[in-house]
Design a protein around this ligand. Structure first.
Ligand SMILES: [Zn+2]
Length: 113
């Protein structure tokens, strides 16, 4: 399996993805519409994060959204429950060739539909 390398703009937070994305998820919830994250969901076992990010925990949400303290890029999210088997990687931290042409899946996190 190929490893894809991504990073925030300044390179302090790096992501190594051992997984091939087949779709890119966009969400309209209050935080995703601000960060404009484009998500790949996968097992935490398939992602290696190096560097020290800052976690933001949104109110009642069971996840931490991570960003670089220097350049501010949103890099990934992790579940607050370590037993939860999914996390999200922001595909925008990777070369566009990896995600530009993937089908988009729209998640209605805001409940507008
Ligand atoms: Zn950075």
């Amino acid at each position: 399996m190929e490893h894809f390398q991504g990073s925030c703009h300044c390179g302090r937070v790096r992501l190594s993805l051992r997984d091939t994305p087949v779709e890119a998820t966009a969400c309209n919830c209050s935080i995703c519409r601000r960060t404009s994250g484009l998500w790949h969901y996968c097992s935490p076992a398939h992602v290696e994060v190096t560097g020290v990010g800052v976690a933001y925990r949104q109110g009642d949400r069971a996840l931490d959204l991570w960003h670089c303290p220097a350049c501010g890029c949103t890099t990934h999210w992790t579940p607050t429950d370590p037993a939860y088997p999914r996390m999200g990687v922001n595909l925008r931290m990777f070369e566009p060739a990896l995600w530009r042409d993937l089908p988009r899946r729209l998640v209605d996190g805001a409940g507008e539909a």
